[in-house]
Write a protein that binds this ligand. Sequence first.
Ligand code: UD1
Length: 414
Amino acid sequence: MIIRGGTSLCGMVDVQGAKNAALPVMAASILLKGKKLTLKRVPDLYDIHTMSDLLRHIGITVKFKNNFMEIDVPDELNWDAPAELVRKMRASSLVLGPLLARCGKAILPLPGGCVLGSRPIDFHLKGLTKMGAEIDLNRGSVYASAGKLKGERIILDYPSVGATENLMMAAALAHGVTFIENAALEPEIVNLANVLRLMGIPVKGDGTPTIRITGVPEANSAEAEVIPDRIEAATYLIAGIITKGSVTVRGIDSGLIDAILLKLEEAGASIEIMLDEVTAKCAGPLNGVPVKTMPYPGFPTDSQPQLMAALSLALGTSVINESVFDSRLLHINEFKKMGAKIELQDSTAIVTGVSKLIGTEVRASNLRAGAALIIMGLAAEGETVVNDLCHVWRGYEGLPEKLRSLGANIELLD
Ligand code: UD1
């Protein structure tokens, strides 16, 4: 993408359905037997297509058009996930829990996804083992088997989003009641719980640290809607702020992005909320602020690179501590190529604001870093070329069109 910076972004964009809410819900369809799951507001993204292909390999029919998805699940399923799909996306690990619950067996090559340091799935495996699964790790794959999973009390060592989701789905067809303690609180967990409830599975306590799931013998067909994508919404708001413009995102519950909005206000941006619309603007530069990424409801790690992009032009210094993914600061070298002044101390970035960024050629190392580099390009002087955009297509539907509708001068090559 070639970005000619310097234009203030102004206008309104609609928020897509949340990628990170759609993926686990799609995986939850595996719990069905001879039943259907229909989903509205599914974003049209690479990761969604990867999950669709994974479900198809398992034997499930997936039809997807105009953000509407119909998933038709037969009586018999394959229980192995192919390496070429799983290695494309870490969220593929979400099929493990439901496959094991539904088929009593699952083979999962160890997953890939964004390069974010070592991202193990040990919490997922520990929880499934507690529920009675036998797990073998052999030649880079997980071989899991269980006669019938049993409800248990599981205490997560960390409120992992993926582990909470996997265990919720495993518990849905388990014998008895499962308690997941120190569960993740993310809105995507609540979305999954809502879908499980629509499937007839009693789930309580989602959105709190203790989730209680009563296993059922069979799940029912359901129709559901995916919640708005809080990270996408925040990305466009930050793009408006860094270009000294005014961007409104429509179709978002502002409560989902509270931590981000409060941080932007603390840095000097003005935020207006009207029903399902949020507007952010800032006529001058932001002020440096401290940031620490945390599990929800703290500041999300998925918005850290975009905020860092904006703070690289702030007045004063920002201390940004990345506490969720140790390697989610790899974008700093690319930021520096554009003139940002950033010093890395372990998992903390000390960002000293500069008065301008200069366009150059940079590379997206992962999804959110790619979005952040685009944001920087929009504010930089001259031309910025962002390579390896394949990462960005994993998470942002219609990004070039949305940016152009806000006035951005961008061109896509190849
Ligand atoms: C999900 C999101 C991702 C987001 C992250 C944190 C999806 C598809 N992805 O990823 O965009 O950045 O939540 O909000 O929803 N960990 C372990 N062992 C495990 C599991 C996790 O050590 O078994 C560690 C991870 O390496 C990481 C931390 O726990 O340091 C958080 O990971 P987790 O919450 O599981 O993130 P994901 O579910 O992978």
